[in-house]
Every structure is written in structure tokens, then in C-alpha cells.
Ligand binder design. Structure first.
Ligand code: IDP
Length: 143
């Protein structure tokens, strides 16, 4: 299976709960390697740009307000089938529907504040990674 990269964000609710380390542990236990990371407090404009695909949806304004409400931890995850594997580890968008043991089941309070973001496909992953990281920011493992 191909080695892929995906873009992951620990959202403001989970950062506020001091759960960055616990969530990183889920990624690493699933075989996903963190190959780039940065903490940011997104501006409204940065959050709007990142979620531009959702512009016009009824939840867009709340989503942008939430994503710019506090610091987020942004990372590139690398591994076999990383896009789908990360989605599996995250769980369903609505935590009430998320499988037991997933990040959203364990850390998210609602569909609006659902702990993590993960790219939904390889093309989206490439675009989302380049929204936050230059190629030179990414540190593939050498051992
Ligand atoms: P995803 O984060 O699981 O990929 P998307 O459909 O890409 O889900 O939606 C982006 C984010 O927008 C979700 O994580 C969630 O926080 C929010 N969202 C999506 N659908 C709804 C909704 O129906 N009501 C409220 N918020 C929503």
C-alpha cells in the first residue's frame, strides 16, 4: 500500500481540554507518523480560506468562529493509507455517531466542536497541507 500524507488539525476545543498529547498518542498507535507540526491561532480569514469549500453552508459562520476561537495544533501525518487511516482514528463527523474508541467519541462534545479535522481524500490532503506548510517544513523519517 502507498505511503500517503494527510493534514490533521487538533481543534480549539481539544487544545482547550489539554488533549494534544492524548490525540497524538492515537495517531502514533495507529502507525501514523507526525512529519510536520505547528501551533497557530487562526485569524477569521485563515479559517474562512481553509474551509472555503463550505462557504454558503448554514454552519459556515459558526465553523469559522469556532476554528478562530483559540489555538489549534496542525500536523502532517504520514503512513500507509494515511488519509483513510486518519479518518478511521478520528471517527464520524458527529461524535454521537462516532465509533467507540475513536478520537471524536472520546474527546468531542458536538458536531460543531468535534476535536479534530482530517483531510477527506488524497487531493484534498495535498491542497490542505500546502495551505499551512512549505515542502521544506516536512521532515520524513530517515530511521
Ligand atoms: P469532517 O470534519 O468530518 O471532514 P466536513 O463535512 O468536512 O466534516 O465538515 C467540516 C466541519 O464542519 C465538521 O468537522 C463540523 O465541525 C462542521 N459541520 C459539518 N456538518 C455540520 C452540520 O451539519 N452542522 C454543524 N457543523 C457541521
Amino acid at each position: 500500500m502507498a505511503i500517503e500524507r494527510t493534514l490533521s488539525i487538533v481543534k480549539p476545543d481539544a487544545v482547550g481540554k489539554n488533549a494534544i498529547g492524548a490525540i497524538y498518542d492515537r495517531f502514533e498507535k495507529a502507525g501514523l507518523r507526525i512529519v510536520a507540526a505547528r501551533m497557530m491561532h487562526l485569524t477569521r480569514a485563515q479559517a474562512e480560506g481553509f474551509y472555503a469549500v463550505h462557504k454558503g453552508r448554514p454552519f459556515f459562520n459558526d465553523l469559522v468562529a469556532f476554528m478562530s476561537s483559540g489555538p489549534v495544533m496542525i500536523q502532517v501525518l504520514e503512513g500507509e493509507n494515511a488519509v483513510a487511516k486518519n479518518r478511521e482514528v478520528m471517527g464520524a463527523t458527529n461524535p454521537k455517531a462516532a465509533a467507540a474508541g475513536t478520537i471524536r467519541a472520546d474527546f468531542a462534545a458536538s458536531i460543531d466542536e468535534n476535536a479534530v479535522h482530517g483531510s477527506d481524500g488524497p487531493d484534498t490532503a495535498r491542497a490542505e497541507i500546502s495551505y499551512f506548510f512549505a515542502d521544506t517544513d516536512i521532515c520524513p523519517r530517515t530511521r
